[in-house]
Design a binder for this molecule. Structure first.
Ligand code: NAD
Ligand code: DAU
Length: 333
């Protein structure tokens, strides 16, 4: 297989490239990434000289660059995106450009070069949010995105589906829950809280921490993508779920693992339009043979340990970041 991974220098993309090269060492992997603030080649430094790996710095909205790389591959796994909800609240435009226009440029090129599979990485946020007792979303749930980020991902999903219906481009989509694990940028809840606490700084918990997210260890997501590439039905979508916890529970767990007390929590305002709860029904992908193999309790501990042991990776990312919390107008890095 000749694989084009877009956004391979990001959190999930870099974990996926590690996963793929260790499970499919004879496949060729081209990582196409423009290296925004969220792209970190350091995450891939151990495999930078791997004979089957190539990095190309390029923008998915640049048709010429995309066509040039598409001509070299037969399969696409499309991660590249603006991914942080708080940033989308402050500046939605780049989310439309990257997530919607970028996906359309890739789809056009995939059609032109007769790509055998275009796998699109999406999110549970396209479905909107749930009340505490609502049934989880399924592949048949309506799209009701509530943030500019979620709306841009929903639009991208629709484009992917349209290329299947209109042109029979062989596509698949996974809509996944919140991932955690190594190489996640410290702007996201779990790594932000771990790295703040390592530095003895307070952690900004929105509301009372009552919002609920389903958490999945990133390797389980990589395995889900592999399975859909191997056994997924063309044109189909698969929901990939995690274990639900309130943000408060996650925070208490991280505090405990780092030997800190609840006084390290600083309760801050909610983000605008804060989605209350996400939950997914994974029955469909389970029927393909997928199940999560990494428990939250065990792997959050290993994740905390990873951040303790890899300050070289995250410490530079905490410097000089702009204020991204619109409610508190405070720099929490
Ligand atoms: P990330 O922000 O860590 O990484 C995004 C990567 O895309 C970066 O390396 C960045 O440089 C690259 N990129 C951005 N714009 C680009 C462009 N114009 N051209 C080329 N590369 C570009 O994101 P992530 O958390 O790894 O998420 C990856 C994908 O998975 C996204 O599509 C996201 O919507 C989806 N997703 C994420 C989660 C999660 O919990 N993080 C859950 C479900 C789905
Ligand atoms: O559900 C999948 C999505 O998960 C992905 O599509 C997104 O790309 C990814 O960023 C993530 O979105 P969330 O908004 O759920 O993740 P985030 O880490 O930003 O926030 C998780 C929860 O924690 C949310 O309820 C907001 C809250 N939070 C977040 C941060 C960064 C805080 O209370 N304090 C914080 O500092």
């Amino acid at each position: 297989m000749k694989l084009l991974v877009t956004g391979g220098a990001g959190f999930i993309g870099s974990n996926f490239i590690h996963y793929w090269l260790s499970h499919h060492p004879t496949d060729r992997v081209v990582n196409f990434d423009v290296l925004t603030y969220a792209g970190h080649l350091e995450s891939l430094q151990d495999i930078q000289h791997h004979p089957q790996y190539q990095f190309i710095q390029g923008d998915i909205t640049n048709e010429e660059a995309v066509n040039a790389v598409m001509a070299q591959v037969d399969t696409v796994v499309h991660f590249a995106a603006e991914s942080h909800v708080d940033r989308s609240i402050i500046d939605p435009q780049i989310f439309i450009k990257t997530n919607v226009v970028g996906t359309s440029v890739l789809l056009n090129a995939a059609l032109k070069y007769k790509i055998k599979r275009f796998h699109h990485i999406s999110t549970d946020e396209v479905f909107g949010h749930l009340g505490a007792h609502d049934a989880p979303f399924t592949e048949a749930s309506n799209y009701r995105p509530r943030t500019p980020y979620a709306a841009s991902k929903a639009a991208a999903d629709m484009l992917v589906r349209s290329f299947f219906e209109t042109y029979q481009l062989p596509v698949t989509i996974t809509n996944c829950a919140n991932n955690f694990g190594p190489f996640c940028d410290p702007e996201k809840l779990i790594p932000r809280f771990i790295t703040n606490l390592i530095d003895n700084k307070k952690v900004p918990l929105m509301g009372q921490g009552e919002n609920i997210r389903p958490w999945l260890y990133v390797k389980d997501h990589c395995r889900a993508i592999e399975l859909v590439l191997e056994r997924g039905i063309i044109g189909e979508t698969y929901c990939v779920s995690g274990t639900e916890h309130t943000n408060h529970t996650v925070t208490l767990k991280i505090l405990e693992l780092l030997g800190k007390g609840e006084s390290m929590i600083e309760y801050v305002g909610h983000r605008l339009g804060h989605d209350f709860r996400y939950a997914l029904d994974s029955s469909k992908i389970q029927r393909l043979g997928w199940k999560p193999e990494h428990s939250f309790d065990e792997w959050i501990q290993k994740t905390v340990q990873w951040y303790q042991e890899n300050e070289w990776w995250w410490r530079p990312l905490k410097q000089g970041r702009p204020v991204v919390d619109r409610v508190a107008q405070k720099n929490y890095f």
